[in-house]
Ligand binder design. Structure first.
Ligand code: MG
Length: 385
């Protein structure tokens, strides 16, 4: 029986994780649940899965959950998330909090020696240089939940890294694949939220439309698989059937395919090194018919180029990329800036940043907070223009 704590249990990954657990109660027991503020859903999750503790990030929301007299202790704030991340009884922590808020709880879970099923890519984007050595030192396994990284992880299957020439991350291209650069000026949040193949949260849907999500995944892949950015390639693959590939030194390419369903990578991360039956429906190959690939146009997707620039610059630069993007995406969703201005804000925030070494989590958080302030300033300047 694997005992798991789920950080971000009411989000898209969290809900899918609980669905996987629901089907395999003989294998998994939920011991911790943590959410930001969706307390109605959290309440029903607590009643169904009976964790030992639950945490609510938002203090007001936590106060109203406490009034409900649930059979579980409720913690709150960042400390509450950390409590859920470090619960003594947990073997594995599913890290699925959206954005930079997921960094500290993930870091603390690793410090506490918990294996990590990692969906919060921001933890590695912001602090890969701290987290990867820490996990290695504690004997902690970080198993990717991000579908692309799960695919690479499955293709590698413990193979010698000397045999690898490159990894290839696939990107669907998002909802605007067939739009021209000039047409992108007029797109609305509603247009950007309509992802053609994956059903995801709001932030990641916008990041998929700009391809920033792929950029963050390139950085995540560099840390997870210990590869320089030039060994991480991105290809557009609109059908989202191949989730990523590995190029080997002999010219072979091994690809991982399945229907686009997050329950696949989640189930594999939870069950690794085993594989459980029935995680996803079988792939109907004749029904898919054909698989196509295209080179991404960096002019149309500047966010992807910015991500490569950030990982090459190193230090705190990827953290600034991520922080400025979070603020810019929120501003786009609030209709304060246009879709194309998202990348502009990120690029200006990066220009204004002097790279520091990521020597501690505090340095990283400070760089992130400052970049968020800077991004807000840049957005205000853009709005008066
Ligand atoms: Mg992904």
């Amino acid at each position: 029986m694997k005992r798991i704590s789920i950080l971000g249990s009411t989000g898209s990954i969290g809900k899918n994780t609980l669905e996987v657990v629901r089907g395999r109660q003989d294998k998994f027991k939920v011991v911790g649940l943590a959410a930001r503020n969706n307390i109605d859903l959290l309440e029903s999750q607590i009643r169904e899965f009976k964790p030992e503790i639950a945490a609510v990030f938002d203090e007001d929301a936590a106060a109203s959950v406490r009034k409900k007299d649930l059979p579980v202790e409720i913690f709150s704030g960042e400390q509450g998330l950390v409590r859920a991340a470090t619960i003594e009884n947990a073997d594995m922590v599913v890290s699925a909090i959206v954005g930079s808020a997921g960094l500290v709880p993930t870091y603390e879970a690793i410090k506490a020696g918990k294996d990590i099923a990692l969906a919060t890519k921001e933890a590695l984007v912001m602090a890969g240089g701290i987290i990867i050595p820490l996990a290695a030192g504690r004997g902690v396994r970080i198993i990717p939940v991000d579908s692309e990284h799960s695919a690479v992880f499955q293709c590698l299957n413990g193979r010698d890294m000397d045999e690898i020439r490159k990894i290839v991350l696939t990107a669907s291209g998002g909802p605007f694949l067939r739009k021209s650069i000039s047409e992108l000026d007029a797109v609305t949040p509603e247009d950007a939220l309509k992802h053609p193949t994956w059903d995801m949260g709001k932030k990641i849907s916008i990041d998929s439309a700009t391809l920033m999500n792929k950029g963050l995944e390139v950085i995540e892949a560099c840390w997870l698989f210990n590869l320089p950015p030039e060994k991480v390639e991105v290809v557009l693959h609109p059908q989202s059937i191949i989730h990523s590939m590995v190029r080997f030194i002999d010219g072979s390419v091994i690809a991982h395919m399945s229907v686009p369903d997050m329950k696949g990578p989640i189930s594999y991360a939870l069950s690794f090194p085993e594989r459980f039956s029935g995680a996803m429906p079988p792939l109907d190959l004749a029904g898919v018919g054909k698989l196509t690939f295209e080179e991404p146009d960096m002019g149309k997707y500047p966010a992807l180029a910015l991500a490569y620039e950030a990982i090459r610059a190193g230090g705190t630069m990827p953290c600034v990329l991520n922080a400025a993007n979070e603020v810019a995406v929120e501003a786009f969703l609030d209709r304060k800036i246009s879709f194309r201005a998202i990348s502009l804000v990120v690029s200006r925030a990066m220009e204004a940043h002097n790279v520091l070494k990521t020597d501690s989590i505090d340095t990283v958080i400070k760089a992130s907070d400052l970049a968020k302030e800077k991004a807000k300033e840049i957005i205000d300047e853009l709005r008066v223009m």
